[in-house]
Ligand binder design. Structure first.
Ligand code: CO
Length: 147
């Protein structure tokens, strides 16, 4: 019984990124999904590193992915402006103050890393992570929690 409980616990943890060391390792897949449903960041972090890997094979203009974090309430506006900004701007409006952090758009087999300072967020607010490649955020999104 105890072993089953532990296995179940690991099963739950595997779909959540715990940034115990203030680093989040996320993967975007060929099937237009993130491997994480939720990102949990410790409030004790000063600086957070986001590592994104695109495990697909398609070029970035076809099935590229990025990882953007904003307040949940800003997400739709960030996406609209990001779509207008185009791939050359990684589908993020230049100097968008609503964006906490974003990676560049990467194609299959590529990786990207970005860092942000925790002072950029208000940990009591609701934040989301998402891919701003047009049409992706409907499924490529999840909550960012600060615990
Ligand atoms: Co995407």
């Amino acid at each position: 019984m105890r072993k089953t409980g532990i296995a179940l616990l690991f099963g739950l943890i595997s779909s959540v990124a715990y940034a115990g060391e203030c680093t989040v390792d996320a993967e975007a897949t060929a099937s237009m999904a993130f491997n994480l449903k939720e990102i949990v960041i410790s409030k004790k972090c000063t600086e957070v590193t986001i590592n994104l890997k695109n495990s697909g094979t398609m070029a970035k203009n076809i099935m590229g992915h990025n990882l953007v974090i904003s307040k949940a309430s800003d997400m739709q506006a960030v996406l609209m402006d990001g779509s207008a900004a185009g791939l050359d701007n990684n589908y993020v409006k230049v100097n968008d103050a609503r964006v906490v952090v974003n990676t560049k758009v990467i194609g299959g087999g590529e990786s990207a890393s970005v860092k942000f300072n925790l002072s950029k967020v208000k940990v009591s607010d609701s934040y989301m992570f998402f891919c701003s490649f047009p049409g992706h955020a409907g499924v490529m999104k999840g909550n960012v929690k600060f615990m």
